[in-house]
Design a protein. Structure first.
Lengths: 213, 293
């Protein structure tokens, strides 16, 4: 056993145990650690934004170096961005819509055509069963299974017609696929949560207590 | 009957205690579990391993400390791989929290390689073998901007050094010089890389994601939009295994710590315990329901 003498490791270990104490019941140690985490994360983000973004890209370029045209352009953009703060002044809070509208318009214009290509057309292509897939029996099996799964699941979410006739058995098959999907997601979620716990235990038993390497 | 009834109303803290013990004991007394690589992991490994010499690797560190346990071993393994096969590496973060984690991994891996370097040429040096671009926002800026000119998006690196004149930057000017970009993420940023960078520039993408989101990403692996995928700590362990096998085959002395692999015995024990809980819980439910009826 080789307990750490680093005070930062001790602080991290105590805060980890404070968070874990919630498993027993709600308590002030857990609350304190939780608030500290939220505060630190925000403080860190603000500091990084200031030092790595606002100072080099905006303030330094306005203060020295850039042409007059660039400076005016940067000041104009900074003023538009600053309109986000008008939400704290009720009389002019409507001005916040300007930067939000610009950001939304820009993101939608850029994102929608690309999303249609990447998330619809490419995914549709991936469900098409081709002759090449039949060169290996396992590939062919998966391709057919995916095709059936997609059609059955979409049928389950087809609400424009009553679920009877041919639609009824197909939508039941869809339920089976949806349940398998839920099961896979749940299994992965268990794995993820256990992994996070293992990570903390590796820290407590290794870096802090020196019980493992 | 009484036993099954009591089991159904057991205090959940007993379950926490069992899980705690089941995870902790194999960490102290580990048993060996061999990680067999799944197809998406093998595909990513093979692609990077056989990348042409003039192509580099970009890693996007898109996670924060809360998912460090699952994702940091992936970043470490990818950096080790790229440095071992001498491909230039660019590292960026799309969120400020990723910066510290990226720097930690770079410091760890460069120290491992430089400890065994026989000459200056063998060493791993910032600007020559890798560039830590740092962070910029919004994410759309690096995703699209790096397709044209990386040095314009990141004129200085994380340490404030001008990037344009760096040897690694001369080898990786834009996406044309990048073999693959791997987004290690706890959110949906890998999909944004597909939508923006891949759709416009056709760049090859890989992803390292938390196990929670793995089921959502399989369709993109199936469609070929992701060349490969590492899912959770298990994915990291599989990559570590492939990497060690590959490097030993090349005659390298590879005795590096494998944090993902070390966790697998605990992971397996915890899964068995949870399967047992589910089975016992279901038996208790059906037995008490039958008795009631």
């Amino acid at each position: 056993m080789n307990i750490s003498t680093d005070p930062w490791v001790w602080i991290a270990a105590i805060l980890t145990l404070a968070i874990f104490s919630f498993l027993y019941r709600e308590n002030p140690f857990y609350r304190a650690a939780e608030h500290l985490y939220v505060g630190l994360a925000n403080g860190y983000s603000i500091t990084v934004t200031w030092h790595l973004l606002l100072v080099p890209i905006l303030i330094n370029r306005i203060a020295h170096g850039s042409s007059i045209g660039t400076k005016v352009w940067l000041i104009f953009l900074a003023a538009i961005g600053a309109l986000y703060f008008t939400r704290f002044i009720p009389k002019v809070s409507w001005l916040i819509r300007i930067p939000i509208a610009i950001a939304l318009g820009y993101s939608c214009g850029l994102g929608i055509p690309r999303a249609i290509d990447a998330e619809i057309i490419r995914q549709l292509k991936a469900t098409i069963v081709t002759r090449a897939q039949f060169s290996h029996w396992d590939q062919a099996l998966w391709a057919i299974l995916i095709l059936i799964g997609v059609i059955a699941t979409i049928s389950y979410f087809f609400f424009s017609a009553e679920r009877k006739g041919a639609l009824k058995p197909i939508s039941y098959v869809g339920i089976v696929f949806i349940m398998v999907g839920f099961g896979a997601s749940f299994g992965y979620t268990v794995m993820a949560r256990i992994s996070l716990f293992i990570g903390r235990l590796q820290f407590l038993l290794g870096d802090w207590l020196g019980l493992i390497r | 009957m009484q036993f099954w009834k009591r089991l159904q109303s057991i205090d959940r803290r007993w379950i926490y205690l069992v899980v705690w013990l089941v995870v902790m004991i194999p960490l102290i007394f580990p048993f060996k579990i061999k990680s067999v690589a799944t197809a998406p992991v093998e595909s990513l490994f093979t692609y990077i391993d056989t990348m042409p010499e003039n192509k580099g690797l970009i890693i996007s560190v898109d996670y924060s400390p809360d998912t460090q346990a699952e994702l940091q071993p992936m970043l470490v393994a990818l950096l080790r791989h790229a440095f071992a096969i001498r491909r230039p590496v660019g590292i960026l973060a799309l969120y400020p929290q990723g910066l510290g984690l990226g720097e930690d991994a770079i410091r760890q891996v460069t120290a491992e390689f430089n400890a065994h370097a026989k000459s200056g040429a063998d060493s791993v040096i910032s600007g020559r073998e890798y560039v830590f671009y740092g962070w910029t926002t919004p994410p759309i800026t690096p995703m699209l901007g790096m397709g044209q000119h990386i040095a314009k998006v990141f004129p200085v690196d994380y340490y404030g050094q001008p990037t344009e004149s760096m040897p690694a930057m001369r080898r990786m000017k834009n996406y044309d010089d990048v073999g693959i970009l791997v987004s290690i993420a706890a959110a949906s940023t890998p999909l944004s890389w597909i939508n923006l960078a891949q759709t416009q520039f056709g760049i090859h993408l890989g992803c390292g994601i938390t196990a929670v989101s793995a089921a959502d990403y399989y369709p993109y692996v199936n469609s070929g939009q992701f060349t490969g995928m590492l899912a959770g700590m298990k994915g990291a362990a599989e990559y570590e295994e492939l990497l060690e096998q590959g490097m030993v085959k090349r005659g390298m002395d590879w005795k590096l710590r494998r944090k993902g692999t070390e966790a697998m015995s605990s992971q397996a024990a915890a899964h068995l315990a949870i399967i047992a809980f589910i089975i016992i819980g279901n038996i208790a439910f059906f037995v008490t329901r039958r008795r009631k009826s």
